[in-house]
Design a protein. Structure first.
Length: 252
């Protein structure tokens, strides 16, 4: 019999994680309305237990908290009991705030990304060391994990890996737009870019990015011309600023 894991909240992140864990755990989901929970169940693709927030008892449960950060107090007062394990994906919400609002024997902040739905999440985490081993084992089921030494590092990592799929989606779309501008059919441009991203993801695991770039860029060649255009457009500095701006949002 599978162990049960409880999702409190039913947004996009909860959906991605649930899709990644549905073959390992029995899924229980808690939210505002049964109608929305029915839709969540349909999107995950497995039968699950569904409950509303009001007086939901967390006693002895393994909980993944996925509500909006601004709603933590509102949700917290509706919950009862003390969870065994609490894993929070709330960006910028401190462990102190979590412990104040959601009762649990141990608490860990985690930041997966939407790649969890295909088992490729980059999940960073920190919190009670007593739960470190369990946290790593749980979230390795949906990808790669890194345990960090401070909440500040988790906030920085949120700006990189948590928000990163949106940045890379922008790059992907822009590369396709460039190919279409030069005369390639959109469907072919997307297929080529998909292949690029898939291969690059594996390659960058073992090759330093500077060495990879130097290996592709021959003197006076196509890569040098394209790379120069990116530098003229301040793409490097824009990426640096993106991390800073995203990180600062977690500090508000």
């Amino acid at each position: 019999m599978k162990e049960t894991i409880t999702f409190i909240g039913n947004g996009n992140m909860a959906l991605s994680i649930a899709k990644g864990l549905k073959d390992i755990f029995e899924i229980e989901v808690v939210g505002r309305s049964i109608e929305k929970l029915d839709k969540f169940e349909e999107n995950v693709g497995v039968k699950m237990k569904k409950e509303t927030y009001e007086n939901f008892d967390m006693t002895s449960k393994k909980v993944i908290l996925c509500v909006k950060p601004a709603n933590i107090e509102e949700v917290g007062v509706r919950l009862e009991g003390i969870a065994d394990e609490l894993y929070s994906v709330l960006a910028g919400t401190t462990i102190a705030s979590l412990k104040e609002n959601i009762k649990s024997k141990a608490t860990v902040r985690v930041m997966p990304n939407l790649c969890a739905s295909v088992g490729k999440s980059m999940t960073t985490m920190t919190g009670d060391n007593s739960l470190k081993k369990e946290a790593e084992e749980l979230f390795k089921a949906i990808g790669t994990t890194v345990w960090l030494s401070s909440e500040k590092e988790v906030d920085i990592a949120t700006a990189v890996a948590g928000s990163g799929p949106a940045y890379l989606a922008l790059i992907h779309e822009a590369l396709c737009d460039g190919a279409v501008k030069q005369g390639m059919k959109r469907v072919d441009a997307i297929e080529v870019a998909n292949g690029l991203f898939g291969g690059f993801g594996d390659l960058i695991q073992t090759i330093h990015p500077a060495l990879l770039k130097d290996g592709v860029m021959s003197p006076g060649g196509t890569t040098a011309a394209g790379y120069s255009a990116l530098e003229r457009g301040n793409v490097r500095n824009s990426c640096i600023n993106a991390i800073e701006d995203a990180y600062m949002v977690t500090q508000k």
